[in-house]
Write a protein that binds this ligand. Structure first.
Ligand code: PXG
Length: 450
């Protein structure tokens, strides 16, 4: 099973896991992985260690989630204490004090108006929750004919049926039938012919927001409930909104009474150098989905932030009636709430929700030093997110990025790849020396593979 690994490493790995047969791994080439496993066994700060003790610098905050770095003491302590104090409390028709306290703290961080929090356990659940809220909101105010949901090409909104329906990644959609009906997509904003090697927001493409007008003309605004976009798309290769694009999308939604949903699962909690992308870009959505950084990835958690007016539209039946028939057994799970409190404490103490803005110029310059490396066709960045797009190997899309990812892993850094783009999204505690090591190693990997 471990024949492709160095025999010494293989025996360590084998000892640490035993059989790998039973675990059907998510979003993974299972057969390939099990022949040459890449395992992580320990984490602290900016670092991981493999079972055999090799140090790996974390260039992607786990999976865009460990924003405060690994094993932070306040978070560890909060989770441990909560596990002793109360492991679980039912969230339906019941509550626990810290869930309310956390909600009050969270809405201090959001843009004005997003004053209500609905808890979930993941980004996918947040997305499906927000889509359901949008539909139910219109129905509650007598516009039940607004049933269409609009996503965007190359969007990623998780893997549940709502999320893949509005999502725009063909591999995530094509195997799963017809999904939700009544969904349409606006065009994506990625245009290397005009915007390659942009620093921050690209100059060209604000007019792509007008594609929403095309769908309004086709379907009529009275049939459209909401539009969902990632302010910066992460999973599909770090797609940064052109200057003026989000403002224009907001204006078109307002004009037609369409709700605007920002999926901030990746951009939320400091990734761009502001608490949320909404503040970074100065555009406030009606609903905002988050996960990942809300609990530093330590215990699964997500949330939807809603405008007061959306919440209030539900509060119109008899007082003893449930207003929104939706929720999860683990909504506001005490361990997740505790992890989130410890996370917010850590963010506040260390100024992490704005630290990305301080580090961004250094990160940007380092990334753009890769411009003339082999096969690099674009470098793009915003806050502490970077994308390096590589020329695909003819006939083997994605292989160049996968090989680069593997070479990086062998050389001791963890990066992400999607299509032929390498993505970086390090923990927000990153120091300049880490940036140098990340980018230096990535550059060396690109040269080695040339
Ligand atoms: N929305 C967005 C914008 C995301 O990035 C989700 C929803 C779903 O979250 P959950 O918690 O259900 O996974 C995500 C998740 C990658 C990568 O490689 C990104 C995500 C997940 C897995 C891989 O970029 N983002």
């Amino acid at each position: 099973m471990y024949t492709e690994l160095d025999p010494k490493i293989a025996s360590h790995v084998a000892a640490s896991v035993g059989s790998m047969d039973a675990y059907w791994m998510p979003f993974t080439a299972n057969r390939q992985f099990k022949k040459a496993p890449r395992l992580l066994a320990k984490a602290k700060g900016m670092l991981y260690w493999t079972p055999e003790g090799r140090e790996i610098l974390d260039g992607v905050a786990g999976l865009w989630c460990v924003n405060a770095g690994h094993a932070r003491p306040r978070i560890v302590k909060a989770i441990a204490q909560q596990a002793e104090e109360m492991d679980y409390a039912p969230p339906f028709q019941m509550g626990h004090p810290k869930a309310f306290e956390l909600a009050e703290r969270l809405v201090q961080l959001t843009p004005p108006g997003l004053s209500k929090v609905f808890y979930t356990n993941s980004g996918s659940e947040s997305v499906d929750t927000a889509l359901k809220m949008a539909l139910a909101y219109h129905r509650a105010r007598g516009e039940g004919h607004r049933t269409r949901l609009i996503g965007r090409e190359r969007g990623y909104h998780g893997v549940n049926f709502g999320g893949i329906s509005v999502g725009g990644m063909v591999a995530n959609r094509k195997m799963f039938g017809t999904m939700l009906g009544g969904v349409d997509h606006i065009r994506h904003t990625h245009d290397l012919s005009k915007n390659a090697f942009s620093r921050g927001q690209p100059a060209h493409g604000a007019e792509l927001a007008d594609d929403l007008e095309r769908l309004v003309a086709l379907h009529d605004a009275s049939t459209i409930a909401a539009v969902i976009v990632e302010p910066v798309a992460g999973s599909t290769g770090v797609l940064i909104p052109p200057k003026g694009y989000l403002e224009r999308l907001r204006a078109i939604c307002d004009k037609h009474g369409i709700l605007l949903i920002f999926d901030e699962v990746i951009t939320g909690f400091g990734r761009l150098g502001s608490p949320f992308a909404a503040q970074h870009f100065g555009v406030t959505p009606d609903l905002m989905t988050v996960a990942k950084g809300i609990s530093n990835g330590c215990v699964p958690m997500g949330a939807v932030f809603a405008k007061q007016s959306i919440h209030d539209a539900f509060m119109n039946g008899p007082e003893n009636a449930i207003e929104f028939f939706h929720g999860y057994t683990y909504s506001a799970h005490p361990l997740a709430v505790a992890a989130s409190m410890g996370t917010l404490d850590t963010y506040a103490e260390e100024g992490l929700l704005t630290r990305g803005a301080e580090m961004a110029p250094y990160f940007e310059n380092a990334l753009h030093s890769l411009k003339d490396h082999p096969h690099v066709i674009d470098v793009r960045n915003i806050g502490l997110v970077g994308g390096i797009e590589l020329q695909p190997i003819p006939g083997s899309p994605g292989k160049r990025a996968f090989d680069t990812f593997l070479e990086c892993w062998n050389q001791g850094i963890l990066v992400r790849f999607t299509g032929d783009t390498i993505a970086l999204s390090p923990p927000l505690i990153i120091e300049k020396a880490h940036v140098d090591r990340l980018v230096g190693t990535l550059g060396a990997a690109l040269k080695k593979l040339a």
